[in-house]
Design a protein around this ligand. Sequence first.
Ligand SMILES: Nc1ncnc2c1ncn2[C@@H]1O[C@H](COP(=O)(O)OP(=O)(O)OP(=O)(O)O)[C@@H](O)[C@H]1O
Length: 939
Amino acid sequence: MASTSTLPQPARPGNPPSGSLPPLPNPKPRKTASDTPRAASPYGPSKLRTPSSPRPSLKSPLSSSNSTTNLNAARSSSGGRPPGSPDRSLRRTISIASFPQPPKAGSRPSTASSLSGIQAASASMRPKRSSRLSTGTTSSYRSSKTPSLLNGSGEGKFISSGDARDPDASPGHSRSSSAQGSCSTSATTFEDADDAHRSSAKPKEIKGNVIVSVRVRPDNNSGGETPRNHGEWSVDSRQSMISYRGKEGGDYIYDNVFNTQENNARVYDSAAKRLVRRVMEGYHGTVFAYGMTGTGKTFSMQGTATSPGVIPLAITDIFSFIRETPHREFLLRVSYLEIYNEKIHDLLSASAAGPGAGPQEEIKLREDSKRGVYATPLKEEIVQSPTQLLRVIARGDHARRTSSTQFNARSSRSHAVVQIVVESRERVPPGNQDKRSAITPGGVRVSTLSLIDLAGSERAADDKERRTEGAHINKSLLTLGNIISGLSDNKDKQGNPSDRDGRHLPYRDSKLTRLLQPALSGGSLVSILCTIQFTSSINSHTGETLNTMKFAARAKNNIVSHAKKAEEAYGGGGGDSGSRVLLERYRMEIQALRGQLDTQAKYQAEKELKWDEQQYEKEAQARHEEQVLEMQLARTALKERIEHLNRLILSSKSTGVNTHNSLSAFGRLSRMSATDSGTRSLRSSASQSTLGVAHSSIRPISFMSVNSSEPSSTLHYPGGSFGNEDEEDLGEFGDGKASLQRQVAALQADLGDKNRYISTLERRLLQARRSSHSRMSVGPKPPSSTISEYPDASALIHEKDMEINELRLQLDDKDRMLAALRSATRHRDLAAVTNESQSPDLRGGSVAGDSPALSGNGFGKIESPSKRPLSGRSERDDGGKKMDEVSRMLEEMIQGRGDGQERRSIHSESRRVSTSAQVAGLNPNAASWDPTLSPPVQE
Ligand SMILES: Nc1ncnc2c1ncn2[C@@H]1O[C@H](COP(=O)(O)OP(=O)(O)OP(=O)(O)O)[C@@H](O)[C@H]1O
């Protein structure tokens, strides 16, 4: 077992102290069966030997004749039960049957057998063990009602020499593989007992389960030989008896007496194994080693790597039991404390780990009805394997205080308490483990196993520190002895245990006794291992040895165990015990976590679903936004186009519009400023002339209003005021130069509009491109009604590009138009100058009704036809030619631009119309001319 290597390996030869130890409380005077019922033995009062009773003689009690006689006498007298046997003995008897038998030969005598009603005959017929520690042997032991070795009368046993234990029954080496081999053998036996126990409708209550054993440490000076008859002492391990022939001598008989050759495994098997198993079943159990310093307490409890002691073997058995009990689940937690100088220290806490560690929080003892007395705060570690548990304990051992003393090079200076808490619960059938609605496991049973290595009693040392330690140790041991001496079934008025005189027991006088209170007052199974040593040296410490033996005898006599299987607790029930049941708490936590997991999984699924939906919605939203944007773009583009076309239409159809004097309805023109009013009027005129609508009625408007002084010439225009405006305008354009300037201004304004329009379109185009890119990066989108109008973004872009190009071309055209108009202006001015210089008549003449527009365009004052000279016509023709030339230039220019380009019909139409208008405007025969109304291309 690898883990055992971590255990301390005491290898310190030491001699037992030779001085006297603090005296144990005086044991009750030896009582024989005749004077004390407790000491009653089925073997007859006359021969019954009690450990502390003075031997009547040095004659060995192991006389076969005597024993036989006595056994027969006992058998005949009371049928196996001693007359007047006390209740206490009877109670113990009841419990014995429930306490499993040790896996050793049935060679041990037991008063218990007789007390339990088994006839002395059966005791005398103790089966001889035929084989070593086998399951079969043990089973037959039990089935034959062979009495338990435990908890007999406690006052000693008279044993026939003929019934001496077979030396092979508990060979020292038989437990060499205790952890692996013999443990399992025993376990099998106990499992049978457990099964019987489980099947019972009403479990038996185990009472009076106290084992008291004495172990004799080999004397270093004797070369390892058992000092069987060492001076005044004799040890008979088979009879579980130690005899002393000195003063206060007698035969001391216990449940177990281990001679110097018996090893730790043997000690464990006999003294602790069953108790450990019972703890695993739900009983509280306490094992402690008591004895003078250097006599082998630590050696017995901890052992060595080659010979593990009670603690490691118990740990091995605990896990063996768990393995063998598949129908239950277990949780183990361990704590380790020491009582040093009446202070409790946690050996597992971090601060106990090293010298540099800070001060430890003071640990106090508390008591509650469920847990009894317990130390708090104390670190508890949950362990899952023997190795882990052994490591934890080894860590505590390392922190324990030891010092070199006169009798022990590594003397334990403190009482050390390992406490293993065992929680167990019926296992939920595997098929139902994941179904929370399925079988709910039973409650959790909590039991504790306390393994205590007491500090050794010792004489006063020279060293002050050792003396102080020794004083505390001795005081606590003395208190322990006092309490054990005073133990009885008596209770005081408050129901607390009291001694026989009704006095309360001084548990509170020391931390050790306070901590042991639950065990000593009957709450747990108890196994006490007392260690002694005989030496051949002059410094023999007979007094201390006798004290230890008396202590053991009193413990055997007085400690009564009412240990019951712990009740099953439910973690949800609240209360301290409930909350401390980790198994239940963990189960509930696991359940809660599973619930949380389920909820989270559901939540997660919902969230994912939601997220998916959101994503889908987001995508849909994005798609929608894109669509809206596209629609907006398309609408904007269309609007712009409509507006643009409207402007074009306005230009081309303005004649008809202006006829009704609704310029404002044409938007673009309505925005013109007041300063543009002249231009507007001119446009109207041009339109009218171009379209030839109400030509005759309109013509006089401008003409007559401007040029005729006759009242009749102030002719009617349906929209009266308009006519007045025209009149004003015409007055301004009297020289025709202003008209051209206004045309230029109008064209420039139009140019500005066009530029703005272009920039708008470019902006839109950019947006459309971005949108197109993003849409393409997202992936194909479902067709929409908007997109269906523009199924191909590139087509849209292309169209826009085309439009922009066309607009640019229009701009160019306009520039050219401007240039042409300027040129026309120059020509006209030239013509006017020429006319003035060559034909003054013409300057004042006019051709009434011939070309009102001409006059309107500033070609001189219009006179009546009668006053107009003939020569004037030719001059006018010259001017007209020049104007025609300009018109032609414009026409060519426009045509040239138009050639090779695809124009929409409406554009062509507007151009044609505008060209006509221009031509008409420049034609002296035309009614009027307004180039601003007729941009060649307005796209
Ligand atoms: N049964 C035994 N067989 C061999 N060696 C033993 C036995 N018992 C004790 N020893 C040895 O005797 C020495 C003292 O033993 P141990 O330390 O266990 O005594 P102790 O009772 O615990 O003393 P203390 O009370 O001072 O701590 C150790 O070296 C140990 O190995």
